[in-house]
Design a protein around this ligand. Structure first.
Ligand SMILES: [Zn+2]
Ligand SMILES: [Zn+2]
Length: 444
């Protein structure tokens, strides 16, 4: 007799991110990721003045699933057995903030390091608080048992280190979850390892990301490095670089480019803190803060937080401020985000400086508005903008080949705004593609 195994998607449906997938098998319940949905949040909130006050608001507006025995604020004991995080991006992990601290949260060792470091540098927030979370870390090759379920995590390549795909052996066959992954990054062999394991499991279902359906491109991190080399090599003034804090591959690319061109890479205090934490992970290659080509940029502000002061004290010989950056412009690649643009007033970039956007292009209206502001700043200081980036997500043709190889009975495409387009694109594969609806339980 067939036992009940099912999947319910509480996020990542018709949106990029916010993955929260409940897998039930007999009496066992586990969540695959528990992330924040940026899209739903922006539908109702405008930070900082209109922001969620309590978990009740988030449940009311459908951002947190209404479940019993799962949250910190529930009186009943935990009814969910475990949460598995594929990686540390907020859209997959942030909402563990709300869960009952008795529920184990399984994730890669690197993910744990990143989430704990982020927890320390962020100001305490309703939506991101990992204090007392019961982290249990895993590595590729581990097999984790939760009641009758067996879960195998296998590393994948993504734009943050420590990303995993999962093979979950249920009583009705294997369920594969890709998390976020790609085949064109610096470690494609990790993704191949995952695909091989997934195929071997002869799965009944694959839950896959399908982020890149429009605007896909063919590129690689090596190509990014070559482009950065050419840009930095030709620049006579300051190079400003905007890239994601936890994208270690990109940080390595900027570091190598700066060094090769006789410059220093000035990282932010936050990046410095993250690098310090990640150094503890022996499997990762990150630049050492003691390296002569690394500087730490201290933003001008009145008050520094405890962790900031600690970095400043421990690396006082490395600290530079706006005035030093201003004097050393041809010798520096300065990492800066949109929120650091105000620093340009004191830095006063000299003629011949440029700005490199090394993150994804704006993909929604609010980002468009910020992008316009960025362009205004660049116009004011005469800074041309280069866009040098490669996506953290798999490209459609490669994904289709992978899905063909894994050959599951059912495919659940999520983490995309174009699931219908993707379903047609893979329509000739020998499998059923499910058009996922939020909150609906799918038997497998
Ligand atoms: Zn994601
Ligand atoms: Zn991600």
């Amino acid at each position: 007799m067939k036992v009940n195994t099912s999947l319910t998607f509480y996020g990542g449906v018709n949106e990029i991110g916010g993955n929260k997938i409940l897998l039930q098998d007999r009496g066992t319940k586990i969540f695959l990721d528990f992330g924040m949905s940026f899209v739903s949040k922006k539908q109702y909130y405008s930070l900082p003045f209109l922001s969620p006050r309590s978990e009740k608001s988030l449940q009311e507006l459908g951002m947190l699933p209404k479940l019993k025995g799962f949250y910190r604020f529930d009186e009943d004991g935990p009814e969910v057995d475990a949460v598995f995080l594929s990686h540390a991006h907020m859209d997959h992990s942030a909402y563990v903030s709300f869960i009952n601290r008795e529920i184990p949260v399984y994730c890669g060792e690197t993910t744990k390091i990143i989430l704990q470091a982020l927890g320390e540098v962020r100001t305490a927030a309703l939506e991101f608080d990992v204090e007392y979370v019961l982290f249990k870390s895993f590595r590729t090759g581990d097999k984790i048992t939760v009641d009758d379920l067996e879960i195998e995590p296998i590393h994948v390549d993504h734009s943050i280190p420590g990303a995993y795909g999962l093979v979950i052996h249920t009583s009705n066959g294997a369920v594969v979850y890709t998390g976020d992954f790609r085949a064109h990054g610096t470690k494609p062999e990790m993704t191949s390892d995952f695909v091989a394991k997934a195929k071997e499991a002869k799965p009944v279902a694959v839950v896959t990301e399908a982020t890149n359906t429009t605007g896909a491109s063919i590129s690689s991190e090596t190509e990014v490095r070559n482009k950065l080399d050419r840009i930095v090599g030709q620049t006579s003034g300051l190079v400003l670089a905007d890239f994601a804090n936890a994208d270690v591959d990109r940080l390595n690319s900027f570091y190598r480019t700066a060094k090769k061109n006789g410059r220093c890479l000035a990282v932010s205090l936050r990046q410095a803190y993250m690098l310090k934490a990640l150094c503890k992970d022996e499997h990762l290659k990150v630049p050492d803060l003691g390296d002569e080509s690394i500087l730490i940029f201290r933003k001008s502000k009145k008050r520094y937080r405890k962790w900031e002061k600690r970095i400043v004290e421990e690396h006082s010989d490395k600290i530079v401020d706006v005035f030093e950056i201003s004097k050393q412009q041809p010798k520096v690649v300065l990492a800066m985000s949109f929120y650091d643009l105000e620093e340009l007033v004191e830095i006063n970039p000299q003629a011949g400086s440029c700005y490199v956007l090394s993150a994804s292009e704006p993909f929604n209206e609010e980002m468009e508005i910020d992008f316009e502001r960025l362009v205004n700043w660049l116009r004011h200081y005469g800074l041309p903008q280069y866009h040098v980036h490669v996506s953290g997500h798999i490209m459609p043709l490669q994904l289709k080949n992978i899905l063909k190889e894994i050959n599951a009975t059912k495919i659940f495409p999520i983490h995309t705004e174009h699931a219908d387009l993707f379903a047609k694109f893979i329509g000739d594969l020998q499998c059923e593609t499910v058009a996922v609806e939020k909150g609906k339980e799918y038997k497998i």
